[in-house]
Design a protein around this ligand. Structure first.
Ligand SMILES: *[C@@H]1O[C@H](CO)[C@@H](O)[C@H](O)[C@H]1NC(C)=O
Ligand SMILES: *[C@@H]1O[C@H](CO)[C@@H](O)[C@H](O)[C@H]1NC(C)=O
Ligand SMILES: *[C@@H]1O[C@H](CO)[C@@H](O)[C@H](O)[C@H]1NC(C)=O
Ligand SMILES: *[C@@H]1O[C@H](CO)[C@@H](O)[C@H](O)[C@H]1NC(C)=O
Ligand SMILES: *[C@@H]1O[C@H](CO)[C@@H](O)[C@H](O)[C@H]1NC(C)=O
Ligand SMILES: *[C@@H]1O[C@H](CO)[C@@H](O)[C@H](O)[C@H]1NC(C)=O
Ligand SMILES: *[C@@H]1O[C@H](CO)[C@@H](O)[C@H](O)[C@H]1NC(C)=O
Ligand SMILES: *[C@@H]1O[C@H](CO)[C@@H](O)[C@H](O)[C@H]1NC(C)=O
Ligand SMILES: *[C@@H]1O[C@H](CO)[C@@H](O)[C@H](O)[C@H]1NC(C)=O
Length: 278
């Protein structure tokens, strides 16, 4: 390649260029070049064509490789996404069976609108909202979980109450016979509160259901946390309960209810709702 494009050497064989006697290799080359001049020039032209051909070939191969790579990266992204989903699911199953119990999945409201929480069924205005949103209640600096993420759940402006709920299928990864011989216990917790001295409130309940989706035993309720319990401070307080999963349970219903008592908005708040089994 270098030799082909070394114009110095080629031009040094040009008769118009004066012979340099210090460069002793040149005369020999020039003799050889003159002898096979025509042949050499023809091969040079051939080489040039071959070279152009190679360049075009490389370009084609490269572009097809590129598009293949693009396809590959698309596939990789898809695989990664499903892998992430799987990871998230198994993580949720391990440490928290509730999907988006912490309000960190999906969009959060940064204004005065309604943004229903992701991963929950909802009725009414219940909103997944950013901390420090001045239209809502809780600031990062208010008492609450140390590690609270970016968002929490807020009532917004319901007629009277607003709610969200989800079903958890316990037998997804727990053998029903372990439930039925009373070996499995649950641990249910949440951070619950409200705004200043307002009596608006939030609560979350857990109801076990049998294989026919019939209620078993009594509903377990965390909260409400009253303004008196909060010492009239805007805050979230930790509430937790644990016990045995009742015989016959196959799934359960987790239901959050936020109730308006004072003013136009339901200033009941809740975050980090967690349910796990051991
Ligand atoms: C409020 O939400 C509604 C429906 O989700 C949407 O159409 C509207 O643009 C939102 N308004 C603002 C100011 O974000
Ligand atoms: C939704 O809430 C309203 C009251 O705010 C209630 O009448 C209605 O039954 C609720 N619907 C569901 C599906 O929970
Ligand atoms: C949230 O608001 C508080 C009180 O105004 C402020 O001290 C804090 O820096 C804010 N945090 C963020 C992340 O904006
Ligand atoms: C609350 O949720 C956040 C966001 O997912 C998480 O990082 C944190 O560990 C949770 N805190 C508690 C006290 O459960
Ligand atoms: C719960 O999960 C089990 C095991 O995957 C499945 O057989 C059952 O149909 C699920 N039930 C519901 C209500 O999704
Ligand atoms: C409950 O059932 C499981 C599975 O059938 C069994 O391994 C376990 O020993 C049982 N525990 C009790 C306390 O009966
Ligand atoms: C669980 O329920 C089944 C069916 O009703 C019953 O046979 C079994 O004895 C119960 N087990 C316990 C530990 O209550
Ligand atoms: C329940 O979970 C909390 C953390 O969410 C933990 O501090 C507590 O020890 C657990 N209780 C039981 C009985 O497992
Ligand atoms: C809390 O606020 C209520 C009004 O909502 C008031 O009656 C009560 O005295 C206040 N309590 C304290 C300790 O400030």
């Amino acid at each position: 390649m270098v030799k082909i494009f070394d114009t110095n050497k080629i031009s040094s064989c040009d008769k118009s260029v004066p012979y340099d006697k210090d460069k002793r290799t040149h005369p020999r080359r020039c003799v050889a070049f003159s002898r096979f001049k025509l042949c050499f020039c023809l091969s040079l032209i051939c080489l040039l064509f071959v070279l152009i051909g190679i360049i075009i070939l490389i370009a084609i191969v490269f572009s097809s490789h590129r598009s293949q790579k693009e396809t590959e990266s698309t596939i990789t992204i898809t695989v990664t996404t499903s892998a992430m989903t799987t990871t998230t699911t198994s993580f949720v199953l391990k440490s928290n069976w509730i999907i988006n119990g912490d309000g960190e999945i999906g969009p959060c409201e940064s204004g005065n609108n309604i943004t229903n929480p992701t991963g929950w069924f909802s009725n009414g205005t219940i909103t997944q909202v950013y901390y420090n949103n001045t239209f809502a209640d809780q600031y990062f600096t208010d008492p609450g979980p140390d590690d609270r993420g970016q968002c929490y759940f807020y009532g917004q402006k319901p007629f009277s109450t607003t709610s969200m709920w989800q079903y958890v299928n316990i037998t997804d990864s727990i053998d029903p016979s372990l439930i039925d011989n009373q070996t499995i216990s649950y641990n249910f917790s949440a951070w619950i509160g409200g705004y200043a001295s307002q009596a608006d409130y939030a609560q979350v309940s857990l109801t076990f259901l049998d294989q026919n989706n019939q209620k078993i035993g009594s509903t377990i309720i965390l909260g409400p946390v009253s303004n008196v319990q909060r010492s009239n401070l805007t805050s979230l307080l930790y509430r937790q309960i644990h016990g045995l999963v009742p015989n016959g349970s196959r799934s359960c219903l987790v239901l959050v209810t936020i109730t308006r008592v004072y003013g136009p908005t339901a200033d009941g708040d809740i975050d980090n709702i967690s349910l796990n089994f051991s």
